[in-house]
Design a protein around this ligand. Structure first.
Ligand SMILES: CC(C)(COP(=O)(O)OP(=O)(O)OC[C@H]1O[C@@H](n2cnc3c(N)ncnc32)[C@H](O)[C@@H]1OP(=O)(O)O)[C@@H](O)C(=O)NCCC(=O)NCCS
Length: 370
């Protein structure tokens, strides 16, 4: 490795990600706590950089601590229940003021030419508007939440149009109702709905903590829904950790993995849109990856890749050393995911005996050991 040009190295490492993410849609939630933590300026630069690299950005911002601060300063004591306040006229006046201020601050920051950075001279169009419709939370546990609401609909096609034109879309935690009123929304609810409506490739949540850690204090880079659940149970109810993890688990359970024995399916709105299966051949250390398919309307969203990765993890847990697949049309797709062309002789005897020679399927193998 040539260390004389660290930038070249960095660029070489980063370039696959740049290519992989160009044209992808990211929904990024910046909670009010993340803004208040002094990381705001750096976050803005990161957003501008992602935008410059061709990522389609929808940024949702939270204002909870800022509103709380304004209410305390004004001597207003809000009624709270389950992490939401009863948004009466007084509270709404503060919510609207803080949201407008925060939006203007973000727009101003994103308009900055970012001098003395590689982004100097980048022009960014930031658009916000009536892109989220809301409905009232209504009366719950005997409490009327007044103008506290929840997302009714995210206007996906309007947002798509703006993203297509190269704009960054900014969504405040506010929604408008068909009765012409403004409702206070939970920013994470907005982000979650936006991610679903836009079929976003990534939903990124930025809050007050730097991330999740394991028992040794090392930053966790991956967490399965099953590992996340005990953390949610131990987190304080309504805390950022509980809300964020709860949301991610709900989304991944709904969209990603619904496991039945060694079959895995992806469901969306009650419909199976992807599947894959792992058949382990006992006492051989070999498993077949079978039935990998994604509904034609949902291809290109890395669902196939996630299915294969999930089954690969499971195969490793079951001490499988080699995973093979038979395919007539999709050999390249598997080769790009670490498989190599193999011969029929490498298959377990049982599989060789049932191989359909008329189909002429190609055999591909991936070594998992080590
Ligand atoms: C293969 C399949 C599962 C991929 O699902 P997916 O969710 O679209 O997968 P990903 O989003 O992870 O990958 C999409 C990429 O694979 C590429 N790809 C899709 N089919 C391919 C093929 N037959 N050969 C090579 N590449 C292929 C796409 O062009 C896309 O690449 P791009 O982003 O550079 O355009 C899906 O195309 C499918 O169901 N195909 C029909 C069934 C099949 O062939 N199954 C495998 C045999 S068991």
């Amino acid at each position: 490795m040539d260390t004389r040009f660290p930038f070249v190295d960095w660029f070489r490492n980063a370039s696959p990600y740049i290519n992989a993410h160009r044209g992808r849609t990211f929904v990024i939630l910046i909670e009010g706590e993340a803004m208040a933590s002094g990381r705001g300026e750096q976050l803005i630069q990161d957003l501008a950089l992602l935008h410059t690299l061709g990522v389609r950005l929808v940024v949702v911002f939270g204002i909870r601590p800022q509103v709380q601060e304004a209410l305390t300063a004004a001597g207003v004591e809000p009624t709270r229940l389950n992490g939401r306040w009863v948004a009466d006229r007084t509270i709404m006046a503060h919510v609207e003021q803080v949201a407008a201020h925060q939006r203007l601050w973000l727009e101003a920051r994103l308009s900055l030419g970012l001098p003395s950075t590689p982004l100097h001279g980048v022009e960014l169009s930031v658009i916000s508007g009536n892109l989220v419709t809301a409905k009232p939370l209504g009366v719950r546990e005997g409490v009327d939440f007044d103008h506290s609401g929840e997302v009714r609909r995210v206007r996906a096609s309007a947002i798509e149009g703006l993203l297509e034109k190269g704009s960054l879309v900014l969504l405040p935690p506010l929604g408008f109702s068909s009765t012409g009123e403004v409702f206070d929304l939970d920013a994470s609810d907005v982000a979650q709905h936006a991610a679903v409506a836009l079929k976003a490739d990534k939903l990124i949540l930025l809050g007050e903590s730097e991330g999740l850690e394991d028992e040794q204090g090392a930053l966790l880079r991956q967490l399965s829904p099953a590992d996340a659940e005990p953390r949610i149970q131990h987190a304080a109810p309504g805390s950022e950790l509980a809300r964020h993890l709860g949301m991610l688990v709900a989304r991944s359970r709904e969209r990603l993995e619904h496991e039945i024995d060694d079959y895995m399916v992806i469901e969306r709105d009650g419909m199976v849109i992807g599947c894959a299966a792992l058949h382990v051949f006992p006492d051989t250390g070999v498993a077949e990856l079978a039935c990998v398919a994604v509904h034609s309307n949902y291809r290109g969203g890395e669902r196939g890749e996630r299915l294969v990765e999930a089954l690969e993890r499971r195969a490793r847990q079951r001490a499988v050393q080699e995973m093979f697949v038979l395919t007539t049309h999709t050999a390249h797709w598997f080769v790009e995911r670490g498989f190599r062309a193999a011969s029929l002789e490498e298959l377990p005897t049982l599989k060789r005996e049932t191989y359909n020679h008329a189909r002429k399927s190609k055999v591909l193998v991936k070594t998992l050991a080590g």
